[in-house]
Design a protein around this ligand. Structure first.
Ligand code: ACM
Length: 261
């Protein structure tokens, strides 16, 4: 199967322009699973809950409808970040849409910094879905909680789709460890550019990357420019959890002795 990322530079508050840029960028891509950044339709640095609510969209809103149509017409699975309005609540979500017209929603478990001011805290469901292979989803800061990737991998995910808006310098390198310790493929899609709003400036660090179950980096984008990269993988490699002839990463676990709460 083919998996990839499209590292973009969203324009704050202009979903129409951001969706058009995604459609243009993916115009020649067919039959692939593509990850886009976190909050790629709205931008990231909201000034208030009111502003976030005004820019957020329901799951049957124009952004999901457009990207769903794109996935169908070009036989893609797309995973993209969305400010999701659900009644009175607003979630930092990742929506996955498939060529078959199915839709899966993951709501970010671990909100980062100012996100805590404006987004609602979700009751996340770490449930992989099937499209080509078993795909698990986490969003940006979720990476630093190893339980997130582990839970998805134990549930059978072979590829972790990871829409991001990274501003700290750690994640891209750390994803080698997440891939290796779970023996899964990971696709981290970050954004580039900066936002100066609400008296703050954030610079997004790009360097989206795809890592294989042995920790090898299969594709990597630069820190500044937009980038589309697609690689061919055998997801079956992620089914093999052996490290040595005597070590299987999942069978050797000792969960009875782990104190996680
Ligand atoms: C992040 O979770 N957007 C850093």
């Amino acid at each position: 199967m083919r998996i990839g990322f499209m590292q973009t530079r969203p324009r704050f508050g202009d979903a129409e322009a951001n969706i058009r840029a995604i459609e243009r960028g993916l115009a020649k891509v067919r039959e692939a699973t593509i990850v886009l950044p976190e909050l790629c339709t709205t931008g990231y640095l909201f000034e208030s809950r009111r502003e976030l609510r005004a820019l957020a969209e329901p799951l049957d809103g124009p952004s999901v409808t457009r990207l769903r149509a794109l996935a169908r017409s070009q036989r893609l699975t797309l995973c993209f970040g969305l400010a999701e309005r659900a009644g009175r609540r607003v979630y930092n979500s990742a929506v996955s849409v498939t060529a078959a017209g199915r839709r899966y929603v993951y709501r970010k478990a671990h909100l980062f910094d100012r996100e805590k001011l404006f987004f609602d805290r979700a009751e996340p469901r770490f449930e992989p879905f099937r499209s080509g292979t078993k795909l698990g989803v986490m969003i940006c800061f979720d990476w630093i909680f190893p339980e997130t990737c582990r839970t998805l991998a134990l549930a059978g995910a072979r590829v972790i789709l990871h829409p991001s808006n990274l501003v700290l310098p750690y994640c891209q390198t750390a994803m080698v460890t997440r891939a290796l310790e779970n023996r899964v493929f990971t696709v981290t899609c970050n954004r580039v550019g900066s936002e100066s709003r609400a008296g703050a400036t954030l610079r997004f660090t790009g360097q989206s990357r795809i890592v294989d179950p042995r920790g090898k980096v299969l594709a990597q984008a630069g820190a500044r420019g937009e980038s589309l990269q697609v690689v061919r993988i055998d997801p079956g490699q992620a089914a093999d959890k052996r490290m040595t002839s005597r070590n299987d990463l999942f069978r050797d676990r000792r969960p009875r002795f782990y104190r996680l709460q």
